[in-house]
Design a binder for this molecule. Sequence first.
Ligand SMILES: [Fe+2]
Length: 196
Amino acid sequence: MGECISREEAFELLKKYNKEPFHIQHALTVEGVMRWYAQKLGYGSEADHWALVGLLHDIDFELYPDEHCQKAPELLSKAGVSEDIIRSVCSHGYGICSDIKPEHDMEKVLFAVDELTGLIGAAAIMRPSKSVMDMETKSIKKKFKDKRFAAGCSRDVIEQGAKELGTELDSLFEDTIMAMRSCEESVNKALEEYHA
Ligand SMILES: [Fe+2]
């Protein structure tokens, strides 16, 4: 699929509106996770597209937290990003800050993993390794149940995401850990470059 915006242009666009390393890290992680899921679910030929949506999904969050998913269409269309990508970006806030329902598998994955990558990332930082490489599903199950841990990561959204995807929570956890393993090294490298 030919994209309206290259990966490099999309990353520049992200950095135009996001300066905090935490947001850059989240965008890069969701990008990599989306790429992994595209392969896993049989959409390998669309992997770049899935990844692009992941990279851009929170474009408006740092500058316009109160207008999340409302400001994104303007920022993205100004940069020449296509309507279908804008739609997918906005669908990840369904029920919270957007009324666009995730329909495509790609949109359902984005909805399901957005908060979950935050939860897994927060759990990874607590580990001696600071990594998801040696993380097991059962530790995320425990963190998921402990509502005080990473309280900002909505358990309801994650549960709803799993349901819409037609998957069990445990396998969503397991797959998303695998997905985060697949990109941890490249995300860390990109962040080092960002800091430099
Ligand atoms: Fe996000």
